[in-house]
Structures are given as C-alpha cells and as structure tokens.
Design a protein. Structure first.
Lengths: 322, 322
C-alpha cells in the first residue's frame, strides 16, 4: 500500500480542493493507494460529507490543529507550529507512516520543514523545488522553481547536479543537458552570481551546454534549466498567466492573435525610459516587420513628443525618480 | 520630417533584416518618415541593392565602421568604439540630426551609450528598458526588461515612477496601477531587495497595488510591472518561447493541448529535490484534479523508489552536490 499524506490545509481553497482531489484520486487510482488527509479534522470531515461516495477504507484523517499561512516566514513558522498540518504530515512521512507528502501551501515553509525533518541527502547543501515544463518533446526540469529566492553560485551548481540525477535516473534521459538560465548566451552575460555559476559549471561533472536564454526554454535546448527560485517562479507563473490569457482570448484564430500580440513585430521593440531621447531596443531576432514597426513606434513617440512629456511627468513627481 | 536612425548592424541577422525593415517602413508609412541606416556603408548598400524599389529619397546611409557585439561589456564597448553604429547612431540623435534611434543589438550597450550620450532626465538615477506586454485589454508595461540586471530597491522605485509617467502621459491611463513582481502577494515575500522596494513603494507617490505574482501579469492586474532586468528578461523571453511552442504544436486543438501540458493539474506539482523523502509542492491554486495528479505523482515516485535512486545518483557524483 502506498500511503500519501496530503496537507489538507495548504492551498488557497483548502480543505475543499484537497479533499475533493483526494476523493477523486481514490476513485481513479490503483487500489494500492491510500491517502492521509492532514489538518483540522472537523473541517476535513465537513468536506468529506459532501462526497458520500468516497472510499473511506483507504482514507485516514490525521488531526493537525494549526495551519501555516502563505505569508509566514518559513523556518520560524515551522518551529512555532509543531501541530501544523505541514509538520504533522511531514512527520508521518519521516516516521514511515506515510510514503510521500504533498502540500499546496507555503512553498518556503514546505522546503524548510522538509529540510529540517527529513534531512538532506549526503552531499546536498540546499534542497530545491524542481518543476517540469513541457516542450514539443520531452519535458525539461527547471530548478529552483520558487523556494530558494537567493542562491549562491555554488548552490546553483548543486541544483545542476540534482537536476541531472533526476532527469537521468528518474526520467530516463541518458545524458541530461544542463543549461544556466541567463539573459544571453555569452558567458560574460548575467549577474555576478550567474557568471560565477557559469564558470563553476564549466568544470562540473555535468553536461553543461552553457547559458540558455528564456526564449529557448520551451524549445527544449536543455533538459535541466538552472536558476534561482525568484527567477524560476516568475518563469513558471508567467507561463501559466500567458496560457490563461490565451484561453481567455481564445477560440479559433487565437494562436495568431496571441502571437500577434506577443510578437516583437507588433510592438516593435522595447523603449528605454529615463534617457533624454527616444531609444527603442529591438530583439536580436527582430524580423523585418519588427524593424518596420519599431520605426513606426519611434515615429509615433517623436510626433507625440515623448521626451518632453516624460520630462514633464517626471519633474512633476514630488520626490526624485530614483 | 521625422528622421529615424536605425542601427543597421545591431541584430543577429544585420544588416539584412534592418535594411529590409527600413525599406518596408518607407513603403508603408507616412511620407514624413525618413530613415538613416547607420553602419558599414558597403554592407548596407549591398543589401539595398536587393530592394530596387526602395525609396532612396527618404533613406540615408551613415557610415559607422565598428560594430558592438552581443557579448561585449556595455560601457567598455561604448568607450572603446566611438565609430560603432550604436555610438554614431545615437550621436545623430543627440545632435538633433535624427529624431529617434533604434537598435536590435546589445541592449546593455544601448542603455549605457544612451545614458552617456543622451543623459538622464533630471531626477532619474538609472535608465531602464520598458516593454509592453499584451493583456486581454490594455497592455501593461514591464520594466526593467533586461538591461539592468542588478537593481537596488531605490532603483526599482525609480522604475515605478518612470512606468507610471509613461502609462499615464503616453498611454493615457489616468492612474496607472503599479505592481512589484514577486513570488507572493504578501509583503514579507521576496528577496531582501524586493522586500525593501515594497516598503519604499508603499510610501511612494505612485498607485502601488502591492506585489504582483507572475501568474497575474497577463491578467492585467497592474499597468506597471516593476522588476529587475534579469527577471524581466526571463519573463518576457519565456513568454515568447511559450508562444513559439504553441505555434509548433498548434493547429486546431492546440489551446487545450498547450494548456493541458502547462497546467499544474497535469504535472500535479513541483518536486522537492535534495531532501530524503518525496515531497511535492502543489500550487496554491491547485484544482482537485491537480491534487489528484499530485497524488499520482507521489505514487509513481514512491513505487519507483525516487529517494533511493536520487541518493544513489547523487552519491555517484564525483564532487559533492553543493
């Protein structure tokens, strides 16, 4: 029997969503799955009452009186709330009473509690959140995906190891290609930390392909995308945001429409703000149409007296714009 | 006449793309547009020869023998190459011989050269690259979009001012809403710099709505999205990458397919790597199906002995995974 402990209090609509999901899982998954719902029993029972067909024989409830909120400081919250659904659920896993644990709650707290309670693999200095992203073919793993906001170069290298092992030994890719998410392919690009990580990765025992720009992520140029958690979170969630927008706009001609809207060719390029002039920065990959439109943009800004209007607007701000 | 100086040597396929775009622009835009192609005259002329119909009357070539490459250090390159297309083109603008300048080349160099040559607005400490992103309704401006990789909290606040003025005075939004791109809505979230910026923005004379998660960017919850350039670059370019993938997969049922692939419900959640256990981190917004699938994931990992295999894989790495 595989017992999965579920933090029933974790998500934004907990425990409703967690309970419904658990019930669905039991109905559709192999007989050897059991679920432990961890949280406030009364609330969980109330939700379960709405699912009379639930297979209660494979469903346990584990009381946990406390909840760690999304805004709480991870480590402090974990220490302060030993009776939280997060700590109780992880303890079930730690003590072998559960085979796995899942939470849709505070990611940082989940990482911190997992590190403290479960411990790290030997040789691992920092745990990371790995997320699979789809591509045209096999998915790529991005890590960190939102838990470790500030990462040292050494930690980024650690993520490369973890991702390599994961893609090789779990996903079955013989020699996973590792890419460092960066703003350009050249090794001089990026922040000081990313540049340092690049140098370390060049000499690390992974198949390092170099920097990978975000525009190549979904093309699958690397199997493992390494980045700090702030960047990873943004990359992941903005993708979701984009798909949401696509669906909203959607129906039929949607691709073309979204593409048109997103395409550099439409907006022509990015504008430098803050300089006394009209400066548009196109993409390296600009098409002729993009250049054409950038000219149009420049024209519009010039006719519209962009510089003067910005100058006025900035001058009108009470404190200086710094 | 509106004279637009175009860095003909900037993009990845320069000058071919730049010349073709300029020719297109002249053919389709108002008669009051003139273009100055800046770069190696011979190469530009060779490209122009392929466009016999080009309106040469509104097209000038300005010789610039040097080119600043994508990999060059911005400020050093600008200082070292006074005869680069970038510096020559910007000088045309600075001296009033051109009304605008555009380049698809090295963004950092364009920013640096613009700052040095054109100067900053009074009260502005640092220029920024602003990019428009589409939403279901009016576009939002994201800044910095890739030029200033490391930003102080004060600089982020400066971007908020610039974005506010731009959206109000140029885009016509009466009271632009400013959001700080972050990994969570709570003000305790984020890196030290982002948290500091949050506090500064609360007291700044802009309409600050608080933190905005990347998943809400395309929903248009803010008119101005403030972030450092590394994050902005990734957010922007991964969006392009995603649209590219959509188009590749596309034809008809593509939305559903892409959505299915990207949706947290499909992959169930993110996996913590590095801890001795199976820990899946779902999204705060997880649906019941997402929870169900996360259970399935946990099940699969457990059956597949994820922990042991990872442990083995990490142990097999020559140097420690840190």
């Amino acid at each position: 029997m595989i017992r999965v402990a579920v933090d029933a209090m974790g998500g934004d609509r907990a425990p409703e969503t967690e309970v419904a999901g658990a019930v669905q899982a039991l109905a559709t998954m192999p007989e050897d799955v059991a679920i432990q719902l961890v949280g406030r029993s009364a609330a969980i029972e109330a939700e379960l009452a709405r699912h009379p067909g639930a297979d209660r024989g494979r469903l346990e409830i584990h009381e946990a009186a406390d909840v760690i909120g999304m805004g709480e400081k991870p480590l402090a919250a974990v220490r302060k709330k030993p009776n939280s659904s997060l700590v109780v659920g992880l303890t079930l896993h730690k003590t072998g009473r559960a085979d796995a644990f899942l939470s849709a709650g505070n990611t940082g707290a989940t990482l911190a509690a997992s590190t403290v309670l479960l411990g790290l693999h030997d040789g691992v200095e920092r745990a990371t959140v790995a997320t699979l992203l789809p591509t045209g073919s096999t998915p790529v793993v991005m890590l960190d995906a939102g838990a470790n906001l500030d990462c040292s170069a050494r930690e980024l290298v650690g993520f490369a190891y973890l991702g390599t092992v994961y893609m090789r030994d779990i996903m079955g890719i013989a020699t996973p290609v590792v890419g460092l998410l960066n703003v350009g392919e050249e090794e001089e690009k990026g922040t000081a930390i990313v540049r340092e990580a690049h140098q370390l990765l060049k000499n690390a025992p992974v198949h390092f392909v170099g920097n990978v720009e975000a525009r190549d992520v979904y093309a699958g140029v690397a199997d493992v995308i390494v980045c700090d958690g702030f960047t990873g979170n943004v990359a992941l969630k903005i993708s979701e945001s984009l798909v949401d927008m696509i669906e909203t706009l959607a129906s039929g001609a949607m691709t073309a429409e979204v593409s048109r809207r997103l395409d550099a060719a439409e907006y022509g390029g990015a504008l430098l703000l803050g300089v006394k002039g009209i400066v548009i920065v196109g993409h390296g990959r600009s098409s002729a149409t993009a250049v054409e439109n950038a000219v149009g943009l420049a024209h519009r800004f010039s006719v519209g007296r962009l510089v003067e209007r910005l100058e006025r607007g900035i001058a009108a701000i009470p404190v200086s714009a710094t």
